[in-house]
Write a protein that binds this ligand. Sequence first.
Ligand SMILES: Cc1cc2nc3c(=O)[nH]c(=O)nc-3n(C[C@H](O)[C@H](O)[C@H](O)COP(=O)(O)O)c2cc1C
Ligand code: SF4
Ligand code: SF4
Length: 273
Amino acid sequence: MKSISIDPQTCTNCGTCMEICPLSLIIPGSEGMPFMPDEVGAYCTKCGNCEAFCPEGAITPQFKTTHPIISEDDVHAITPGQMGVYMRQRRSIRNYKDRMADRETIEEILDIVRYSPSAMNNQPVHWLIIHDPDEVRKLTRLSIEWMRKIHDSEQMHPLKPVVPSLIEAYEAGKDPICRGAPHVAIAHAAEANPMAFTDSIIALSWFELVAPAFDLGTCWAGFLKMAASEHEPLIKELDLPEGHVVQYAMMFGYPKYKVQNIPGREPARISWK
Ligand SMILES: Cc1cc2nc3c(=O)[nH]c(=O)nc-3n(C[C@H](O)[C@H](O)[C@H](O)COP(=O)(O)O)c2cc1C
Ligand code: SF4
Ligand code: SF4
């Protein structure tokens, strides 16, 4: 079955789609017009590049997708300078206001994030949004429970040197795992998919970059991710679909403090040939 249709009335035979298709599924047909043979339709990754680059709007996908609604004002709205400041200003946020992000805002962010690249356009990432702050605190408690096990065990574990201070902070009333964030975004996907981890990291990186445009701040939840991969009660609590694992997690909420300055970083290490 064909995965796209090409309107011969509007197609000007510019050849762009034939050049752009990453799998060369669109080939010259009669009189050199673009054509997708029936038998290759199944290989289409639904990347939508042919549709995106066709200057005449002659290509219509036949597969099910959800398109975004984009206002004219939003097109080309970012200059390189603005982009540089926006991205460099992002910081890991570890202090949050006592304010909830509403579900609509989170859905708006994820509606942008679903455009993050994935291997073969597989789009394997699913989201579990821990929206209830009490549930976030429960995840912290279960992570600390896991750390206590590591602490008490004779076995070597890479986190062994750091768990005592984290447990101590927790016992002092702090949240060293989710930093008191009201929400956590968990990217989960099939354990069997070898590219899912990379795709999830990319998706979460997008989440992290999109969030400040909605006044939200984020922080990668590395300890939570480790606990959610090893501690059975925490895995049970998350109740992911069969075969899915936590690929990574990110806490988020409204930042308590505003970023005032951009700190320094190592210069870009570049070599040229
Ligand atoms: C994979 C990964 C895991 C992280 N895990 C944690 C974490 O568990 N807790 C935390 O406070 N910060 C965590 N961070 C945040 C880093 O410490 C932070 O990105 C780094 O110090 C640079 O600061 P910046 O994000 O403000 O530029 C993590 C970052 C990454 C990329
Ligand atoms: S959607 Fe992507 S893979 Fe499918 S035909 Fe178009 S360019 Fe090729
Ligand atoms: S990109 Fe559009 S106009 Fe150009 S050949 Fe393909 S379908 Fe025709």
